[in-house]
Design a protein around this ligand. Structure first.
Ligand code: F0G
Length: 470
């Protein structure tokens, strides 16, 4: 449904509604203070527009809900498992399909059997659970994204690409024996949801095959990646997303998948792969920690929702709207003077809070200043992707080393919010941009060693650097 107007219009209508409420400003102020300025501590019902994540937050279609009613909850061999396998094979083509309840379990199972202490796993950029699961097995995750992918203002059509020359160098330097697999994350979530080109996938696959190293996708947002290839890569204009997906997966030996993204489901995931021996090893562990081979931690109705959702995610009308809607928000923000990473990604707009608040030093977490401000100003929840999430500690001085960018991610749930909601988000961010000099940074009151952003408590700084409102 290509329309002649230059704005994205939703290719669906609304059959069920869920009320959301914008609390009064004083109430929002009380809530953010009680949450110790950590948005993970806020109750979802106190949020007006929730852009914390696009994971597990999709609106299911009438077709999926109808499928839910056909859930077969038999312990072994439920019919929904076979539908699930058929759908995954229809798109991905791999020989074995192992259901799990979400993406990180797929990672954990795969790395448990493939990665040993001292190994390296190259990736364009690891997502944080992928990184953590490699490290948990004693491996070292290695990010090999292209240079343009690290530059917020570079307009490259495939900023998520892997630096394939660096990949080959890495393999030659460290040796095949230390590299049990190479991963490719499509789209590249941590690198602002940027896509990877087919050419890059083909080159990475050729290198892996030449050196006899298995090549796997982290396929959480594979459908959005297919659409970017359709739109931006020469030779793919006339190809349907399903054809692009099949070509893409033909270059790999398997994938891990969180179906909470492009599965258009609220829960689910899988490992799909060709190797019989690996399948056996993963299955043994699956039964130990996740469930029997034909349900893998999911109910029959969840399996059916994924079986249907994953096919819907490749609908060209849906994908055209989905990617256009993200761009729509990105463009609106730029109009309002809010700096965003260019071009817009497939599932989220990333605001460059460091550039937006030059008066707040990285050590005072400008990303958090924006995250708190958009809740205060408009009841919107987003997530800081900057120093709070990714700072490292200097082993000598014990001081924090800030990551290169202070970002805030506005992740857009699939089929949930209308463009009018996004106009509101842009309006709120624009209001903050107008009074940005008034915003202050934050300091940490308490934190944990790992994944501190989920549980930390913060205090707002005064102009003089003295905390208030803890
Ligand atoms: N891989 C990627 C690229 C992801 O973005 C995620 C999750 C996972 C794996 C793990 O999947 O949550 O089903 O266990 N990303 C979410 C996010 C949490 O907000 O970006 P999961």
């Amino acid at each position: 449904m290509e329309n002649e107007f230059d704005f994205p219009v939703e290719p669906y209508r609304i059959k069920v509604v869920e009320a959301i409420k914008l609390l009064p400003r004083e109430k929002r102020e009380e809530i953010i203070q009680q949450a110790h300025f950590n948005i993970f501590n806020i109750r979802a019902e106190d949020v007006f527009i929730d852009l914390l994540t696009d994971s597990g937050t999709a609106a299911m279609s009438d077709n999926q809900w109808a499928g839910v009613m056909l859930g077969d909850e038999s312990y072994a061999g439920c019919k929904n498992y076979f539908n699930f396998v058929e759908s995954v094979q229809h798109i991905f083509g791999f020989k074995h399909v192992i259901p799990v309840h979400q993406g990180r379990v797929a990672e954990n199972l795969l790395f448990s059997v493939a990665v040993k202490s001292g190994d390296f796993v190259p990736n364009n950029t690891h997502f944080d659970t992928t990184r953590a699961n490699v490290m948990h097995k004693g491996g070292t995750p290695v990010d090999l994204i292209i240079r343009e992918g690290r530059d917020p203002s570079s307009i490259h059509p495939f900023k998520g690409n892997m630096d394939v020359a660096a990949l080959e160098d890495f393999i030659i330097t460290h040796g095949k024996a230390k590299i049990p697999l190479v991963m490719m994350t499509i789209t590249n979530n941590t690198a602002a949801g940027q896509p990877v080109s087919m050419e890059n996938i083909r080159s990475a696959s050729t290198i892996c095959r030449k050196h006899g190293i298995p090549f796997f996708f982290d396929a959480a947002r594979f459908a959005e990646n297919c659409w970017f290839i359709h739109e931006r890569e020469p030779g793919y204009r006339d190809k349907q997303p399903i054809e692009i997906a099949r070509e893409m997966f033909s270059y790999a030996d398997g994938c891990t998948m969180s179906a909470k993204k492009d599965g258009l489901a609220n829960m689910g995931g899988f490992i799909a792969l060709n190797d019989d021996d690996l399948e056996q090893q993963v299955t043994r562990l699956l039964i130990l920690i996740e469930g029997f081979r034909t349900y893998g931690g999911l109910s029959g109705r969840d399996l059916e929702a994924v079986a249907r959702g994953i096919r819907e995610s490749l609908d060209p009308d849906y994908l055209r709207f989905r990617t256009a809607q993200i761009k729509y928000l990105g463009d609106k923000l730029v109009e309002k003077g809010v700096p965003v990473i260019q071009p817009a990604g497939g599932h989220a707009v990333f605001v460059d809070a460091g550039a937006m608040f030059p008066h707040i030093p990285a050590s005072d977490y400008p990303g958090q200043a924006l995250t708190v401000a958009i809740y205060r100003e408009g009841g919107i929840r987003a997530v800081e992707i900057g120093g709070l999430m990714f700072a490292q500690t200097d082993p000598e001085t014990g001081r924090e080393i800030a990551p290169p960018l202070e970002l805030v991610r506005l992740a857009i749930p699939r089929r949930v919010y209308t463009n009018s909601h996004l106009d509101y988000v842009a309006h709120v961010c624009g209001r903050i941009a107008e009074k940005k000099r008034q915003l202050r940074g934050f300091e940490i009151v308490s934190q944990t060693k790992y994944l501190r952003h989920f549980t930390m408590k913060l205090r707002e700084k005064t102009q003089a650097g003295i905390g208030v409102g803890s």
